[in-house]
Design a protein around this ligand. Structure first.
Ligand code: HEC
Length: 114
């Protein structure tokens, strides 16, 4: 029992040491494709309408305008943003935006409007 402990600890240390760089690398790799931040997408594309409430767009920072939309849930908002809704064009005209980019832009607007 007591004889086993030092070697077990040694093995755990080895595992922890070898796992650490791999995890860091994996995290960096996962973060890399998210080239556009929500703020970048918003400022580059969505702000054109959402900055001033053009054509009835819920305005950035307008809690009352966003509240009922936020209540429908992120999936519904992402679906509207992807497919378009009334005067809201599909993907908000950002044709090279991935679903992740759109979601990030929505999160950026939502987090500043509640
Ligand atoms: C050409 C103007 C325009 C642009 C550009 C635009 N939007 Fe919109 N957006 C609208 C309008 C108008 C509405 C309101 C639609 C409605 O509910 O009738 C809207 C609504 C939305 C909603 C709420 C949808 C819902 O279900 O209530 C989301 C989310 C949204 N836009 C995200 C985005 C994102 C993200 C971008 C940038 C990638 C963007 N919009 C760019 C005009 C625009």
């Amino acid at each position: 029992m007591t004889m086993n402990n030092p070697s077990r600890i040694g093995l755990l240390c080895l595992l922890a040491l070898s796992a650490a760089p791999a995890a860091t690398w994996a995290q960096q790799k996962a973060a890399a494709p998210a080239a556009k931040s929500g703020q970048q997408v918003y400022e580059g594309v969505c702000q054109a309408c959402h900055g001033n409430g053009v054509a009835g767009a819920p305005k950035f920072g307008d809690k009352e305008a966003w509240a009922p939309r936020i209540a429908t849930g992120m999936d519904a908002l992402l679906a509207s943003a992807t497919n378009g809704k009334n005067a809201m064009p599909p993907k908000g005209t950002c044709m090279d935006c991935s679903e992740q980019d759109l979601a990030a832009a929505i999160e950026y607007m939502v987090s500043h409007s509640q």
